[in-house]
Design a protein around this ligand. Structure first.
Ligand code: ZN
Length: 69
């Protein structure tokens, strides 16, 4: 039996966020460092504004429900 080794992988600070659109309630997967304004896939509302670094979540329109990796 091969022993499982723990391999440390350099992790980027970016991650994917699951956010719920407050306008229509749809779940959207967004990149935390998006370089473009991410829109809700259902109603088209802009949920994230790019800032040059970490994208700004427009919290009045989107609520983070989960962080994925
Ligand atoms: Zn929406």
């Amino acid at each position: 039996m091969v022993k499982k080794r723990k391999i440390l992988i350099p992790q980027p600070h970016s991650k994917f966020l699951k956010v719920v659109c407050k306008i229509c309630g749809a779940e959207n997967i967004l990149f935390s460092h998006a370089t473009f304004p991410a829109r809700c896939k259902v109603c088209g509302t802009v949920l994230v504004q790019p800032t040059g670094g970490k994208a700004k979540i427009l919290r009045e329109r989107a609520e983070i429900v989960a962080e994925l990796g």
